[in-house]
Ligand binder design. Sequence first.
Ligand code: PRT
Ligand code: ZN
Length: 289
Amino acid sequence: MPNTDSILRIALQKSGRLSEDSFRLFKECGIKFESGTGKLKTSSSNFPAEFLFLRDDDIPGYVEDGVADIGIVGENVFIESNRKAETTYRLGFSKCRLSIAVPRGVEYKGIDDFQGKSIATSYPRILSNFLKEQNVKADIHEISGSVEIAPSIGLAEGVCDIVSSGSTLLSNGLKEVEVIFRSEAILIANKKLSKAKHDTLNKLLFRIKAVQTAQNYKYILLNAPNDKLEDIINMIPGMKSPTIVPLAMEGWSSIHSVLEENQFWENIEAIRSAGAEGILVIPIEKMIY
Ligand code: PRT
Ligand code: ZN
């Protein structure tokens, strides 16, 4: 049993756009817990953590108040909440943008077009900061959902809402004209975590980083004639240096290395024309430098 002082209370979205990726992240970190059983709270069986399943809007407040020690939430919701917590880690999923949109038929010349006009949004704080920065005085009409219908019912000239693919705007006859904020899922932490909880958080972050680094890299194996080894090694330097294993066939070797996926695609033609054959690219589960 872990020392109860070190148990980290983790707030996750119960069900919604953040849930699946949040749950998967803990699974990939080897942290087991029951989800989807309808319970609002559960403990991990193999890591000092307790999980609370909440609406995303409640997570920043719970973390600020210390009811939860850490939480995963969209940066848009965190900033809009104006709650105080540490942004400890950017998780890279649930990416979206907060954008201003207007009816497709409207000719848009710039943000000044909104002087004296009104914009409907569920993000009044982020929008008002943006408008202030731009010296635009517009009326902000706060509504909690279905923002995109506001122009068609005469509620506002524009909307400011979350956009991902853009298809919701399109199907409501709107066009995106300004991106005011880019968001992704973030891990936030209470500002006054005890030393014991901080140690648990560091263990968790260590695992998250290992998982995320691994996702950007691939293990690569290829065969090459010995006289081409040097050229190829320069293209796939690996973590320290590649492993070279002689093949049973005289004059040939196998090279094993680790490469960033982007770098792989950029170099693949050069690697092949240098004489590499039988190239295998394999996903890596965890990666620790
Ligand atoms: O029930 P609960 O309150 O917990 O969840 P919720 O319904 O408030 O939030 P949820 O699950 O919809 O979103 C959680 C978080 O996911 C958001 O705070 C964002 O950080 C992030 N996210 C990523 C999105 C989207 N993509 C997204 N597309 N949040 C909302 N949308 C909506 C948007 O509001 C609009 O209605 O999807 C529509 C636009 O999508 P496209 O693809 O048509 O452009
Ligand atoms: Zn919500």
